[in-house]
Design a protein. Structure first.
Ligand code: SF4
Length: 263
């Protein structure tokens, strides 16, 4: 994303028309890549990176900026990036960027994620994972191959469905957050806030919950209209500018040494 907020929309939809030099990398498979952002300085802290967007997500967040990634079958108008193009990209970028960010959709929905991350490391790249943490088992399998993880928090566990619009979506997120804080992997928790979906009390409750879990870095991201298809949220976007309150942010700052506010 061309701002200080992590990527949510692919900068290029599909590099299928790019040249296809011969690959020296091991075969990659099992992770459907819908699009690639070739360069980012903000999605993998301290590293120059590219972002790979995986196809498919079981949640339906009202503010989602990538609804084309919801279906586990790639839409006809945005086919998956062919595997040979992924190889070509990785070969071409080696030495020019430090790492690859795997983002979604929801990357942990795919059984091939750990192998894909492992191959990226073998190819000389550091790896970052962006996840909502819907599956503790999938997360545990992926983390050994991850150098940095960003977990999206939707709300307090009791209010997850208000954001994700899927029953039971909070079932594993608290455990996923705990696994991340105890993994030793560098991490950030972040929440995108909108006054129709969250209150100041919700945000304080999320902050205290994460603090109790041992989270060290927390980012609050204000709602952005780009990509959002929910007209109610868009109509209320102006109201989002004053939320959360300064008083709430002041309290949260006392909980985290590393608190980031993303406009
Ligand atoms: S978790 Fe929510 S915001 Fe992320 S891709 Fe799925 S629906 Fe979109």
């Amino acid at each position: 994303m061309p701002s200080d907020k992590p990527s949510r929309s692919p900068a290029i939809s599909n590099p299928a028309a790019a040249p296809n030099p011969p690959s020296q990398l091991k075969p990659l498979s099992g992770l459907p890549i819908a699009a690639i952002t070739p360069f980012t300085t903000i999605d993998f802290p301290g590293r120059l990176a590219a972002v790979f967007f995986t196809q498919g997500c079981a949640w339906r967040c009202a503010y989602c900026q990538n609804p084309l990634l919801w279906s586990f079958k790639a839409p006809d108008q945005t086919p998956l990036v062919p595997i040979d193009k992924i190889h070509a990209f990785l070969q071409k970028r080696r030495g020019l960027i430090d790492g690859i960010v795997i983002c979604g959709g929801e990357p942990t929905a795919h059984a091939g994620l750990p192998d894909f991350l492992k191959h990226l490391r073998e190819a000389g790249y550091q790896t970052a994972l962006h996840t909502g943490g819907p599956s503790t088992e999938a997360l545990k399998k992926a983390l050994p191959f991850v150098d940095w993880v960003g977990m999206d928090i939707k709300s307090t566990p009791e209010k997850y469905e208000r954001v994700t619009r899927v029953a039971g979506s909070a079932d594993q997120v608290a455990e996923s957050a705990r696994i991340i804080t105890q993994s030793g992997v560098a991490h950030e928790f972040r929440i995108t806030v909108h006054p129709m979906l969250h209150s100041d009390e919700d945000l304080l409750a999320v902050s205290r919950w994460l603090k109790d879990l041992g989270a060290r870095a927390f980012a609050i991201q204000r709602f952005r209209s780009a990509g959002c298809s929910d007209q109610r949220l868009l109509d209320a976007a102006a109201a989002a500018a004053g939320f959360p309150s300064e008083e709430t942010l002041k309290t949260i700052r006392t909980l985290f040494a590393d608190l980031i506010i993303r406009e």
